[in-house]
Ligand binder design. Structure first.
Ligand code: FAD
Length: 486
């Protein structure tokens, strides 16, 4: 039978402009997007749907914990979580009584709140909009996202099916990929823990079990704090390539120092020179070096934009590790714990590469070719915990819904391996390099385009810009024409 598609409009319908937005992921980024969209209620008669399997919006991987030993890495007054109201969290801490219930919060003259308290604050920010029906929280993982008749269709893992005009991907930090040598020997071994932030993940570890932690960043120190808080007493060894632990926060309040936007550096080397110069200046002035890294963070997006692609790669290759150890700093409470544990000989760190792994009945032994001399050291423990940091380069393959979108040409990997490629307006870049209509990438996954996009203030600012775009599209007065085929 001959089927002919008539090139004439049979039916003219009002535009399906942005009447529904689906947000994939309801951590800090997703919750902020939902709240900001909902705040424009007068213009927004339809739903904002958030796919998030966790019980509450706003916590995400970073803050969804009730472990009181896990604290924010940044002082409460610097969190600036709510656009237009930078002190909202600080005020809430005291008004809600949470600060009064947390005697260990104040250290070095600032408040380092419990992470769970920040999650409760964020949940409270979005709850009124869930209560009035503007925001719908679907407790499901998005499993499939595809295009149908000009709209996005999102399918959840528990059966939800949502049609939306715009989708914002806000799934945050993907899981780490363990070093191949470890994975090939230990995958499937119950003593090999890949997801220590999951509730009860550390519960089976007994007080006298020795633990080897692979990774030495802030998440590794979280593991140390959580274990000690749970009564663990035995030796913990941190293995990493450089052996460098995050630096501590400085005492007191100080302004960021250094203007990297005058004569913006356009090579990795000129950036390094400017940083060294600023560090000399603060040393002479008796200011903390942390002030220079705060300035770098504040100006980070403009610095990143000014660097050509190859220089961005050089920054990542040569400066990233050192930068991150100084940029992502440990709160004073954790710094004290680390000092105490090291002095007692119960916390050690070792720099090098995994050379061999032997998995015995009683212990797992890991041989490390140490830096700088290449001698081999053996570290053994009853447990091996991997905290090598999120594998942002693998994010598309880590989720079926992204792999499918990539297959259809709607998503591409960021060429630096930092997440998902997007343009300066946060629109996902298609396989052909063009921005995809109504598909946005929010939060740390968009770092390749922005450089600095990990901390709360920067994410909140990006969410605000995405919301402005979506609202702008919603008020568009275009019309679409539906053409039916016979
Ligand atoms: C342990 C930790 C501590 C941190 N501490 C600080 C701090 O003190 N200060 C600061 O400024 N920054 C901190 N950060 C940085 C952090 O990146 C941001 O603050 C921010 O929380 C990132 O939020 P997010 O929502 O993008 O990601 P996440 O917190 O990773 O949340 C993403 C959410 O997406 C959900 N999700 C994933 N896949 C799907 C799917 N397919 N369908 C539905 N939902 C999905 C997950 O369940 C998760 O809840 C910290 C980060 C970490 C990891």
């Amino acid at each position: 039978m001959l089927r002919i598609t008539l090139p004439l409009p049979r039916q003219v319908t009002p535009a399906p402009t942005i009447s529904r937005v689906a947000i994939i992921g309801g951590g800090f980024t997703g919750a902020t997007l939902a709240r900001l969209l909902a705040l424009h209620g007068q213009y927004w008669p339809h739903e904002i749907v958030v796919f998030e399997p966790r019980a509450h919006l706003g916590g995400g991987l970073a803050y969804d914990t009730d472990d009181p030993s896990l604290r924010l890495n940044v002082a409460a007054h610097r969190m600036r979580a709510v656009p237009g109201d930078p002190q909202a969290f600080l005020r809430w801490l005291s008004d809600s009584g949470r600060l009064g219930q947390d005697p260990g919060a104040v250290a070095k003259g600032a408040i380092y709140a419990r992470r769970g308290d920040f999650a409760a604050f964020m949940a409270g920010q979005v709850q009124p909009f869930i209560d009035n029906g503007t925001v719908r929280h679907l407790r499901e993982r998005a499993e499939r996202i595809h295009r149908r008749h000009g709209r996005w269709q999102i399918e959840g893992d528990v059966g939800a099916m949502v049609q939306a005009d715009a989708v914002v991907v806000a799934t945050g930090h993907p899981p780490p990929t363990p070093p191949a040598e470890l994975a090939s020997h230990l995958n499937g071994d119950p003593r090999f823990l890949l997801n220590p932030s999951q509730p009860d993940a550390l519960q089976a570890i007994r007080a006298n079990d020795k633990v080897v932690v692979v990774g030495a960043g802030l998440t590794a120190l979280d593991v140390v704090a959580a274990l000690r808080n749970g009564g663990h007493r035995a030796e913990i060894t941190l293995l990493s390539r450089t052996g460098q632990l995050p630096q501590p926060q400085a005492a007191g309040d100080f302004a960021p120092h250094g203007d990297f936007l005058i004569g913006v550096p356009n090579t990795a080397l000129s950036l390094l020179k400017q940083v060294r110069f600023a560090l000399e200046e603060v040393t002479e002035a008796g200011l903390p070096w942390q002030s220079v890294f705060d300035a770098l963070r504040h100006q980070g997006q403009a610095i990143w934009r000014a660097l050509p692609f190859l220089e961005q790669q050089r920054v990542l290759r040569h400066l990233r590790r050192r930068f991150e150890a100084h940029r992502f700093r440990m709160p004073p409470q954790i710094a004290e714990l680390v000092e105490r544990e090291r002095a007692a000989g119960r916390l050690r760190s070792c720099a090098g590469r995994v050379a061999a792994v032997r998995s015995g009945r009683a212990e797992i032994a890991i041989d490390i070719a140490t830096k700088p001399y290449g001698t081999v050291e053996r570290h053994a423990g009853q447990w091996v915990i991997v905290v090598t940091g999120p594998d942002h380069g693998n994010v598309i393959d880590s989720q079926g819904c992204f792999a499918e979108l990539e297959g259809l040409g709607f998503l591409t990997k960021d060429p630096h391996g930092l997440g998902i490629a997007c343009d300066p307006d946060s629109r996902a870049l298609a396989r052909d390099g063009h921005p995809v209509e109504h598909l946005f990438v929010a939060g740390p996954l968009a770092r390749g385009a922005f450089g600095e996009l990990t901390g709360v203030p920067e994410i909140a600012a990006q969410a605000e810009r995405i919301v402005q775009q979506i609202l702008g599209m919603s008020s568009a007065t275009t019309r679409t024409i539906t053409i039916r085929s016979m």
